[in-house]
Write a protein that binds this ligand. Structure first.
Ligand SMILES: Nc1nc2c(ncn2[C@@H]2O[C@H](COP(=O)(O)OP(=O)(O)OP(=O)(O)O)[C@@H](O)[C@H]2O)c(=O)[nH]1
Ligand SMILES: [Mg+2]
Length: 312
């Protein structure tokens, strides 16, 4: 009997939402997790596992809101990965979107990350998406349950309305494999950004996710510019302040200018973003993925395209 084709499941979400920990729980792997002494995931990485007769590759991604890596770079990295795998015939069985239930309501950054994720997925593949809530053990259950209802009925409603499900992960192997099992019967899907990049030949900034990030950066830029103007005006008009108060204002102005500059650089980076900026770094990851798929396929089913995974 022919072996089933290997399955690929990607994990996305905010930094420290528990993506790498989920994979370690499921696959008994040793991916680096984010803690005080060590920062989290900055590259795409993978772990494989066997589940109910299926060979599964779990794909870990950096959080969209990593403060050390510009968001434009993270979007480009993830977009380039999705583009390359799609172009070489690999389809994802699903995406897990991780959200910590410890997030008090929905923070601004969580909301923006989620909106970016929605644009990246589009509507048609949402049946292959599971929103996984994490960190249940650090929130009193009555509060966590209220938040979960709020997420389902409000913040994630649009995704649930088009087929996504929300599941709870309690940081154990049993819960991780339970979540993964629900995706295994699903036919693999093409995600919106993959079609936009590969079939419609768009660049990253032209995709819906790229446009969403540009509009988020614009809004952030305007807000920071407004705050800078207000603080500058305050610094100019005040003679009554003590030297200490003035120093505080100067520090605040310096910080605001830095933030504004960072947002400006991010906007420029996004404008220049092309999927192929990351080809060299991704070459290894995608080749590894290709070799994995190829070596695990029964002899008669091996497609030729996986043998030559190279980049134009
Ligand atoms: N208490 C608790 N801690 C968790 C849980 N899941 C993850 N953590 C911790 O949360 C921190 C972040 O977890 P990671 O798995 O690194 O999160 P990540 O989403 O991969 O983070 P990035 O790689 O930075 O995007 C680590 O210290 C984990 O040990 C959970 O369910 N409960
Ligand atoms: Mg990580």
């Amino acid at each position: 009997m022919a072996e089933p084709a290997p399955k690929f499941i990607a994990l996305m979400g905010c930094t420290e939402s528990g993506k790498s920990s989920f994979i370690n729980c499921a696959a008994a792997s040793n991916l680096v997790v984010d803690h005080e002494l060590q920062s989290g995931t900055s590259e795409i990485q993978m772990a494989t596992m066997q589940l109910a007769g299926d060979r599964i590759t779990l794909i870990d991604t950096p959080g969209f809101d990593d403060i050390e890596i510009p968001q434009a770079d993270i979007l480009s990295l993830i977009a380039a990965f999705l583009q390359q795998t799609f172009a070489h015939g690999t389809r994802l069985t699903g995406i897990l979107y991780l959200h910590p239930i410890s997030d008090n309501r929905m923070s601004d950054i969580s909301l923006k990350t989620y909106q970016l994720f929605r644009k990246l997925c589009g509507d048609t593949a949402m049946a292959n998406v599971i929103i996984v809530t994490t960190m249940w053990d650090i929130v009193p259950s009555e509060i966590a349950n209220v938040r979960a209802r709020e997420l389902r009925g409000h913040y994630f409603k649009d995704a649930c309305d088009v087929g996504a499900r929300i599941m709870r992960h309690d940081n154990t192997h049993k819960s991780a494999v339970g979540i993964l099992s629900t995706l295994l019967g699903k036919p693999p899907a093409a995600f919106h950004i993959q079609r936009q990049l590969v079939e419609e030949h768009k660049t990253v900034p032209q995709t819906d996710a790229g446009r969403e990030l540009a509009s988020q950066l614009d809004a952030m830029y305007q807000q920071q510019q407004w705050r800078l103007d207000v603080s500058t005006e305050e610094a100019r008009s005040t003679r009554r302040h003590t030297e200490e108060g003035l120093q505080q204002l100067r520090d605040e102005l310096g910080e605001l200018r830095q933030k504004l500059r960072k947002t400006e650089i991010e906007r420029d980076k996004l404008q220049m973003a092309q999927g192929d900026r990351f080809h060299t770094r991704l070459q290894d990851v995608v080749s590894q993925l290709g070799r994995m798929v190829y070596s695990e396929m029964p002899q008669g089913q091996r497609p030729v395209r996986f043998v030559v995974l190279t980049f134009a």
